[in-house]
Design a protein around this ligand. Structure first.
Ligand code: ADP
Length: 496
């Protein structure tokens, strides 16, 4: 605890007590009156009670969002919305230390990491503020010049249902809030049951910044209750979902009732490929943190670490050395690199996969255990390396979402591509090489939405990202993302 005492820990009065739902600008308990606990995964302590929203609350939130969409908000100009987003930016930035603390206490990521998200969130809000003129009216060339003229109009899609995951809610919520506010849509957010606090606190701050009542509504609760009701709701025009592929499939099925527009960012099993000519001084820590960052709870994590056979032994031993320098512990400690897993359920899942890997014959060369002693009340797992992994093993095929890396040897570029693309996912991939030609060739051939060369995890909200195959569809970030919040229509005018 010495280190904990030294860090400047921000304060928050938001911790503790019962949190309500935000519907139509008012905070209130769930219609059923039910609540559930939310727990700090570093200590197992209950840090607040959340309202357990269900279908009734979703119905009311969607009705409030619809009223707001049709009301005064629809007359806000792009200039008004841009000014609003700039006010939102300033309020969020001013309160970011508190938000970082809430995120750390709620889902476990180290405070050093959650505080560092400030730049990304600021960039995201400013990017969306720059997009408020995306709802355009443009004339389109026709074959009947002089007789007909055509106008193409883009208009906000309407009520958006945003289903948020627990692994980085502070970031995830902006993929919905940003384009919603930029385009003049309205939203109902359903944060993850394991980590809802920052979405609730951000909602308070949005009201403070002047977001009109009903434009953003928040219904906490479980996936099977509030989440499923939102995905199926006949008056929701678009659903944005980030989470597991399994849940993504349910969302698509539920959306079919009214043919909602759907955007999905799902799981991954991303290949991170280290060639023998790589600069190992950057490749080793880079590839390690590509998996261990956020304790492996990142959908783009480079969990299949493909290492060219000629450097395999040297690489694995350097990877082990680096892994052992990482400190796992309570994220309030400034020296901690890896926090706990988000929940008991996630801990059990990760430990089960470690067991499966060992039983499948992979060689456990580092880590593999839950941490005991001072940390036994939390959900901590050591950084874990499996070497000699075969791409057919379950630990190479299924998303673990923990600090577990599978090292898979390859012979040459063709072999690496064969293994890299032999997956049902296609979210991201990494390449470590000093050859420009290898970097270009591999970037073209890996079937994934984002490729990183000699780096891993860089993300710009103005550029965005998406997935191939079962990693989902619909671009997140960038102008294409904003377009997804707009309907297009055409107007023909007879001017003859
Ligand atoms: P995990 O299993 O790791 O919690 P999920 O993909 O199930 O990941 O969760 C991501 C988000 O999806 C959470 O907000 C969760 O409540 C929500 N969710 C889970 N199941 C459903 C469902 N059937 N319909 C809609 N949302 C769901």
């Amino acid at each position: 605890m010495d280190a904990t005492q030294k860090i400047d820990i921000p304060r928050s009065d938001f911790i503790g007590g019962s949190k309500g739902l935000l519907i139509g600008g008012k905070w209130r308990p769930s219609a059923s009156g039910k609540e559930f606990d939310t727990v700090n995964p570093a200590t197992g302590e209950v840090i607040a009670r959340l309202a357990e929203g269900d279908k009734t609350d979703i119905d009311e939130a969607v009705a409030a969002a619809r009223r707001a969409f049709e009301g005064e908000w629809s007359r806000w100009t792009p200039y008004d919305r841009q000014r609003l987003l700039l006010r939102v930016h300033d309020v969020i930035e001013k309160n970011f230390d508190e938000l970082a603390l809430l995120e750390t206490l709620d889902m476990g990521a180290p405070l050093s990491r959650t505080k560092a998200l400030k730049t990304f969130v600021s960039q995201a809000i400013l990017f969306y503020a720059s997009q408020t003129r995306a709802a355009t009216t443009e004339s389109a060339p026709t074959s009947f010049a002089g007789q007909f003229t055509a106008l193409k109009i883009k208009a906000p899609v309407g009520v958006v249902g945003g289903i948020i995951p627990w692994n980085a809610p502070l970031v995830s919520q902006w993929w919905i809030l940003g384009p919603t506010l930029a385009t003049g849509c309205t939203a109902v957010l359903k944060p993850a049951e394991d980590a809802s606090l920052t979405a609730l606190r951000v909602a308070e701050l949005l009201l403070e910044a002047g977001v009109p009542d009903g434009v953003v509504n928040v219904v906490t609760g479980f996936g099977t209750g509030a989440g499923a009701a939102l995905a199926a709701h006949p008056d929701v025009d678009r659903v944005a979902f980030t989470g597991s592929t399994e849940t993504g499939r349910k969302i698509v099925e539920a959306s079919a009732g009214n043919m909602k527009r759907v955007q999905l960012e799902l799981g991954g099993k991303s290949p991170d490929i280290v060639f023998a000519d790589a600069d190992l001084d950057i490749a080793v820590p880079g590839a390690a943190m590509a998996v261990y960052g956020n304790s492996g709870q990142i959908c783009t994590a480079g969990t299949r670490l493909l290492v060219q056979r000629s450097i395999q032994d040297e690489f694995v031993s350097k990877l082990q050395e680096f892994s052992q320098t990482l400190r796992v512990g309570n994220g309030l400690d400034p020296l901690v690199n890896l926090g706990p897993l988000v929940s008991r359920k996630q801990l059990d899942r990760v430990l089960e996969y470690i067991d499966i890997g060992a039983r499948e014959g992979a060689s456990l060369t580092s880590g593999g255990k839950r941490l005991a002693g001072d940390l036994e009340a939390g959900y901590f797992v050591e950084p874990t390396i499996f070497a000699g992994v075969n791409n057919d093993m379950r630990i190479a095929r299924e998303e673990i979402f923990g600090p577990v890396v599978s090292v898979i040897p390859f012979d040459d570029a063709d072999d690496a591509i064969r293994i890299a693309n032999d997956t049902t996912y296609g979210l991201a991939g990494g390449i470590w090489t000093q050859s420009l030609s290898t970097a270009h060739q591999m970037s073209q051939r890996i079937k994934a939405g984002t490729i990183w060369v000699n780096c891993y995890g860089a993300l710009d909200p103005g550029v965005g990202f998406g997935g191939y195959k079962m990693s989902g569809y619909g671009w997140k970030g960038g102008p294409e993302h904003v377009n997804g919040f707009l309907y297009e229509k055409v107007v023909y005018m007879n001017i003859g």
